[in-house]
Design a protein around this ligand. Structure first.
Ligand SMILES: Cc1cc2nc3c(=O)[nH]c(=O)nc-3n(C[C@H](O)[C@H](O)[C@H](O)COP(=O)(O)O)c2cc1C
Length: 262
């Protein structure tokens, strides 16, 4: 019981261990201040802000500077017109971030689709662009969330998104970045795995999972608090079904590349 109480309290007190510095540089302060936001108000975003956020994505680093991403942008009206419902969490603007080597193939025929190309160039680079845009938004005081499941807006519904947006075969929708001015925010920070489980000086620690007990319990407690009618286990089981479906699409992309090479 004492352990449970300690983990309950940790949900509201956990924070980055950055006490080594008196004053954090602004960028680091923003990195720690960012939270996924699940409730947006109606205050609009400025065109200039949206423009700068998208430019932050376009200027993200990428393998061999190949910029293997596409950002499909939506105002509230455009999202409604496409999906017949509001942007998840009533966001103000949405960007579907895709891993994309489609437009490069005419120029670089050697860029065949293999797990390396799709994962390293495609998915990894698009992930960097996603985080650049997230942090650019944060710098404007704009809140955000990336989605892979909620509202059928990410990788777990990639078959649905590919069809709805008529995406070419090798374009993989990864996540929707929802932007808006933040409304209500839950207290606390979703628990992070402890430093000793994640940061491994000089050698890999195969026993790292032995450090995860408290984190795991905090995930359970936190999930119950925010979703009283569900549980962390149920949510993972729900993901499992959708993952199996998403995997079919991803495998198709890999196999299409293999087939085209004969
Ligand atoms: C790629 C990606 C997909 C995510 N998908 C969802 C989602 O579908 N629904 C949701 O509520 N949160 C989603 N999240 C938010 C995570 O739950 C959140 O990042 C995590 O709990 C840590 O909390 P924080 O972002 O506030 O630090 C996603 C985050 C990422 C990076």
């Amino acid at each position: 019981m004492l352990k449970w109480l300690r983990n309950f309290a940790a949900l509201f007190t956990g924070k980055p261990a950055a006490a080594l510095l008196h004053e954090l540089p602004e960028t680091i302060r923003l990195l720690f201040a960012r939270r996924s936001c699940r409730s947006f108000n109606d205050e609009p975003l400025l065109d200039e802000e949206i423009h700068a956020i998208l430019e932050a994505g376009r200027f993200a680093p990428s393998t061999v500077n190949l910029q293997t991403w596409t950002f499909i942008t939506f105002t509230r009206q455009q999202w409604h017109g496409t999906f017949d419902r509001p942007i998840p969490f009533k966001g103000c603007y949405a960007i579907i971030i895709c891993a994309d080597i489609f437009r490069l193939k005419n120029f670089l025929p050697d860029l065949q689709e293999t797990p390396f190309v799709n994962l390293s160039l495609g998915i990894f680079n698009a992930g960097l662009a996603a985080m650049s845009m997230t942090m650019a938004a944060e710098a404007f005081g704009i809140s955000s969330i990336m989605l892979s499941e909620t509202g059928r807006a990410g990788l777990l519904d990639c078959a649905f998104l590919k069809e709805k947006l008529a995406l070419p075969e090798s374009v993989l929708p990864l996540t929707t970045l929802v932007l808006g001015r933040g409304g209500r925010r839950l207290p606390g920070i979703p628990p992070r795995q402890p430093r000793e489980a994640v940061i491994m000086p000089a050698a890999y620690d195969r026993q790292a999972s032995s450090h995860l007990g408290s984190w795991y319990e905090q995930m359970f407690i936190g999930y119950k608090l925010t979703h009283p009618l569900s549980s962390f286990e149920k949510q993972i089981a729900h993901y499992r079904t959708k993952m199996v479906q998403a995997e079919v699409v991803i495998r198709d992309i890999f196999l299409a590349g293999r087939k085209s090479r004969g």
